[in-house]
Design a protein around this ligand. Structure first.
Ligand SMILES: NC(=O)c1ccc[n+]([C@@H]2O[C@H](COP(=O)([O-])OP(=O)(O)OC[C@H]3O[C@@H](n4cnc5c(N)ncnc54)[C@H](OP(=O)(O)O)[C@@H]3O)[C@@H](O)[C@H]2O)c1
Length: 287
């Protein structure tokens, strides 16, 4: 078992520290608001009163603050203690910010991995929980066994430090449209006096279906061949008027769909009507 420090004990940081401590790693915790350390100390973690002591306590330092800016602010007083250690940042953020963070860590002599927890805090430590990392491969290899305490599906995406942030942003973009679709559906059925929970099993099956078609859509995008569609853009285009009428069905605001409808209309105007729905990417790309 190895030593690890967790900086930031919000919802996610506390879950990370709990998983390390639960797996038997010698875990040191630090949080700006010190009181949040108490539940972790009760689980066997050591509490460092200051960020310098926290960084000095372990060769592996995992930071889970809100943003890269907050992480830099918090770590600045301990920058001199980072040399020879591995810093892992597990906050959300843009690839450019991850590159800046990597340069800052390198400037202080630290190995650097940026990562993302692709799940909720309650799932941290689960055998299927996905976390991906990018950056210093030697540092990943050295600490992989310890990092696996956070989730069984632990992946190193590559040596470029911004890859995890890139994939975090790319995959994360699926969330809000999917949730908005569910919320619109819930608004429709509840307007009819039906409960939202009646929608859940069918929505889950629908999401599974969406997952099942992604490999074929990705293949079309990677080859640039949209000419053998399972679902053509014209099919979606044909139902736009019906979709717009949803707002007449119930007092439901469907205006969030307008930009998607616009994409479909522009794709048909550009000659993609007979092409696969994946050809919408040609409308999304701007260069
Ligand atoms: N929660 C989730 O479901 C989830 C899922 C996946 C990824 N994430 C990512 O995990 C990261 C942390 O999320 P969270 O849910 O743990 O957030 P949170 O509960 O709001 O906690 C934020 C943490 O950041 C600290 N912090 C913020 N600004 C700081 C500063 N300037 N100096 C020092 N400490 C500072 C807070 O310290 P104080 O306690 O002193 O305020 C706290 O420990 C985010 O980037 C989030 O996107 C979260």
């Amino acid at each position: 078992m190895s030593a690890v420090t967790v900086l930031g004990l919000g919802s996610m940081g506390a879950a990370l520290a709990g998983a390390f401590a639960g797996a038997g790693h010698r875990t040191t915790v630090w949080n700006r608001t010190a009181a949040k350390a108490a539940p972790l100390v009760a689980r066997g973690a050591a509490h460092a009163a200051g960020v310098v002591d926290a960084v000095a306590a372990s060769p592996l330092v995992v930071a889970c603050l809100t943003t890269y800016t907050a992480t830099r602010e918090a770590l600045e007083p301990a920058a001199g203690a980072l040399a020879g250690r591995t810093l892992v940042t597990l906050n959300s953020g843009a690839p450019a910010s991850a590159r800046d963070m990597a340069a800052w860590a390198a400037g202080h002599g630290a190995g650097f991995l940026d990562g993302a927890v692709k799940n909720v805090p309650a799932a941290v430590g689960g055998p299927d929980t996905l976390l991906y990392y990018s950056g210093d491969k030697a540092a990943f290899d050295e600490h992989e066994a310890t990092l696996r305490a956070l989730g069984g599906d632990t992946v190193h995406l590559g040596a470029e430090p911004d890859l995890a942030a890139l994939y975090e942003t790319a995959v994360g973009g699926i969330l809000l449209p999917a949730l908005l679709g569910f919320l619109q559906g819930a608004a429709l059925v509840t307007a009819r006096g039906l409960e939202a929970r009646t929608l859940v099993p069918y929505s889950v099956k629908w999401l599974e279906m969406i997952g099942s078609v992604l490999p074929a859509l990705a293949e079309e995008i990677d080859t640039g061949d949209y000419t053998e569609p399972a679902s053509a853009i014209e099919l979606f285009h044909a139902s736009l008027d019906e979709e717009r009428r949803l707002g007449d069905e119930a007092p439901v605001d469907v205006s969030w769909q307008a930009p998607m409808h616009d994409l479909i209309e522009r794709a048909v105007a550009a000659g993609h009507g007979e092409h696969s729905i994946s050809a919408l990417i040609e409308m999304i790309r701007t260069g």
